[in-house]
Design a protein around this ligand. Structure first.
Ligand SMILES: Cc1ncc(COP(=O)(O)O)c(C=O)c1O
Length: 456
């Protein structure tokens, strides 16, 4: 095309849309047709990685069409309008009750929790409740309330640091013992004092998918309570909350442990809903201080709310309920079993490749595999994940463990419901071919190989 002056009408618009630089700052004076706007957005996100091959994320990347229909058909239903959408509010309460039961809560508390945007909001609210309860107790005892602290290991998600910074709580973060992947109860105990609002344990850490000694933390906290220092535990089960009840029903990490007063979990991780929905679940009514509940007199209805945000779509909450109905306990069990089976197949496949080795995980752990490059290889984890991305677009994160285990660099691969055995086998094959290629390249022999298999 030599010029555009002879183009007219829709051809002209299409030419402009295809050839003009993206809108990056100012609102464009003129709009474009919805089809073109759609094209513009979709062609741009093509430059992102493929979520299906994103082995870094815990977040759901596949739902059945009926689940997607629930989402699509309820996007405009603002969750906060409880007066107008009382059934949706009731469905959210049902989800919280179902989780309270799944986590072995007893009885039927009036306010057992809240639907949230994700685990991050649930963590903020759960931690705020701990802070308020601590303050209430201290005020009753006539003691100072100016220096609250929160005790947790370096294996927690960054959201806990965020909470401490935003809500003015001293973070007492305990480093991992060198070579370990979780923090032992004794190391946490050393940091606890009368200003500790709570202790955080993780069921399924972001770094390795392991759990640490949650029962041990409970025993330690009960011992302290016996000496007059009562400190609650919050379990961050962002991932594990929808895994361990099905994969390890006898593993005690939840309200079966006396000191566990609140739990968060992400519906959009192993709850198998697209982002974003998370849940905060309290052990009983006593855990939610009344001052944190806002009674909003809005559009004719007095409505108790416990949230950080206001408006938001009901879609993902309703999709969670859809999953509860559709999958039931047996369905979640089957899904978790399938993920565990494929994670085991991936681990076995990688174990057979000379040049990479698996990091043994302490059970119970999330369905994921952690591997390292063997000592003495002429390439690093970064080289390997780069090669995997180049071959077939696999997105595998390589990172260091938190301090003091930060000399350990790992690659972590989530095996979620959309990672079928075929995909796992393809990933193993690509690992093998990548190692071979990188070794040759290390000797100065490597040429970018031509793909010759079926489909190339
Ligand atoms: C242990 C843990 N806690 C909290 C979060 C934050 O969860 P969300 O992304 O649902 O806000 C994550 C996310 O990966 C996590 O792994």
């Amino acid at each position: 095309m030599t010029g555009s002056s002879d183009l007219r009408g829709s051809a002209r618009a299409a030419y402009d849309f295809m050839t003009e630089p993206a809108t990056v700052r100012e609102l464009p004076p003129q709009g474009i047709a919805p089809r073109e706007a759609l094209e513009a957005v979709q062609s741009e996100v093509l430059l992102d990685g493929d979520p299906w091959k994103n082995l870094a994320t815990f977040v759901t990347t596949w739902m059945p069409p009926e689940g997607r229909m629930v989402i699509e058909e309820n996007l405009y239903r603002n969750f906060i309008d409880h007066a107008e959408y009382p059934r949706t509010a009731e469905i959210a309460r049902r989800c919280v009750r179902i989780l309270h039961g799944l986590f072995h809560g007893v009885g039927e508390p009036e306010c057992p929790g809240a639907a949230c945007a994700g685990s991050s909001e649930a963590v903020m609210l759960g931690a705020l409740a701990m802070k308020w309860r601590w303050r209430e107790r201290r005020q009753k005892e006539g003691k100072p309330i100016d220096a609250p602290n929160l005790v947790y290991g370096a294996d927690v998600h960054v959201v806990w640091d965020k909470f401490c910074r935003y809500f003015d709580v001293e973070p007492r973060q305990v480093n991992l013992p060198k070579g370990e992947t979780t923090v032992p109860p004794d190391a946490l105990r050393d940091q606890i004092d009368e200003n500790t609002v709570g202790v955080v344990a993780v069921a399924g850490t972001t770094f390795t998918g392991e759990c640490g000694d949650i029962e041990g933390i409970d025993a330690m906290l009960r011992e302290l309570a016996g000496k007059g220092l009562e400190v609650p535990m919050h379990v961050d089960a962002a991932s594990g909350g929808f895994v361990f009840p099905f994969s390890h029903p006898d593993f005690k990490w939840d309200f079966r442990l006396e000191t566990v007063k609140s739990v968060n979990t992400s519906g959009h991780k192993f709850g198998l809903v697209y982002p974003g929905v998370g849940w905060l679940v309290f052990r009983d009514d006593k855990q939610l201080p009344e001052e944190l509940v806002f009674y909003e007199d809005y559009l004719g209805e007095k409505d108790p709310t416990f949230t950080l945000n206001f408006s938001g779509s009901s879609s993902f909450i309703l999709a969670q309920y859809f999953n509860f109905l559709h999958l039931g306990r047996v369905g979640y069990e089957a899904a978790v079993q399938a993920m565990d089976t494929n994670a085991a197949a991936l681990a076995k496949g990688l174990a057979a490749i000379d040049g990479v080795e698996n990091v043994e995980l302490k059970a119970p752990a999330l369905p994921l595999v952690i591997a390292r490059v063997s000592e003495g290889e002429p390439f690093s984890e970064d080289d390997l994940v780069g090669e995997l991305a180049r071959r077939r677009g696999w997105l595998v994160p390589a990172y260091e463990l938190p301090p003091d285990s930060d000399d350990i660099r790992i690659m972590r691969m989530l095996v979620k419901i959309d990672q079928t055995r075929e995909l796992v086998d393809a990933l193993v094959a690509d690992f093998g071919a990548s190692v071979e290629f990188l070794r040759k390249r290390g000797k100065g022999e490597g040429k970018t190989p031509a793909h010759t298999g079926v489909g190339y």
